[in-house]
Design a binder for this molecule. Structure first.
Ligand SMILES: [Zn+2]
Length: 257
């Protein structure tokens, strides 16, 4: 088609623009925490004071902590806008320090947090919270529980060591049993999944969708955004030793390359 005038060209551009679905343009940093403590024995534990300082820094620097569900719905185009400096907080594994150390700080700042939980540990492993504690946290309306598979397997290792049949059976159990158990214990639907150790592959992404998860999360150190596979939306793992400058670098998108 020959463009007869600049006007025709502009009309064509406008028509094209209007016919294209409007995708969410803004990427969102999703932080992934694990444990807090007065003593730091491993890199996955951050000092409780550092966690408080990080939250304080985010709020004082104009960030709005939004819920994971809000972020997911925005990325899927179901919500039109979110605050320009939106950020999401998640904590994996259900460690008891979430209850003892993180929760008082979260309650002080009144921000939403998603807890990715693998049910086999809850009310069972020494290091983990109990079902009652999880329900108590959810009753604050600040915490929300989602799935981290059933017992936190290493799918990469399992794929190598198990027979094809055993592996398929394991994947099925990890995805379905976790969802069903959490829904029964917490009394609400489970929509989101965090991949254990951040491990996933093409086949797992399909399986997670089939199991009924709306979105799944890795730790690929990028902002979540439209255009990335919704079964592998990235998060930033926050580990011991990250200072406020590093947090600024992550939150502002400088590391989202
Ligand atoms: Zn984990």
């Amino acid at each position: 088609m020959a463009l007869k005038s600049p006007f025709t060209f502009l009309v064509l551009l406008a028509t094209l623009w209007l016919s294209v679905p409007v995708f969410a343009a803004q990427g969102i940093p999703v932080l992934c925490y694990h444990r807090c403590g007065a003593e730091v024995k491993d890199s996955m534990t951050i000092h409780t004071k550092d966690f408080a300082a990080q939250l304080d820094w985010l709020i004082k620097n104009g960030y709005t902590v939004i819920g994971l569900d809000t972020a997911a719905r925005y990325i899927k185009g179901e919500i039109k806008s979110i605050p320009s400096k939106s950020i999401v907080i998640t904590a994996d594994d259900g460690h008891k320090s979430v209850y003892s150390d993180m929760a008082p700080i979260i309650k002080k700042y009144k921000v939403p947090v998603t807890l990715f939980i693998y049910p086999s540990a809850i009310s069972n492993a020494k290091y983990a919270m109990t079902w009652d504690q999880l329900r108590e946290l959810e009753a604050t309306k600040l915490f929300h529980v989602e799935s981290h598979t059933y017992w936190h397997p290493n799918f990469k290792r399992e794929k190598k060591t198990l027979s094809k049949e055993e592996y398929e059976k394991s994947v099925h159990a990890q995805l379905y049993k976790s969802k069903a158990t959490l829904e029964k214990k917490m009394g609400h639907g489970i929509k989101y999944l965090a991949w254990p150790f951040g491990i996933y592959d093409k086949d797992l992404l399909v399986k997670a969708k089939e199991a009924g998860y709306d979105m799944a999360f890795s730790i690929d150190n990028h902002h979540m955004k439209a255009g990335i596979d919704n079964m592998a939306q990235p998060r930033y793992m926050i580990i011991d030793g990250y200072n406020l400058k590093r947090l600024e670098s992550i939150s502002s998108g400088k590391e989202d390359k």
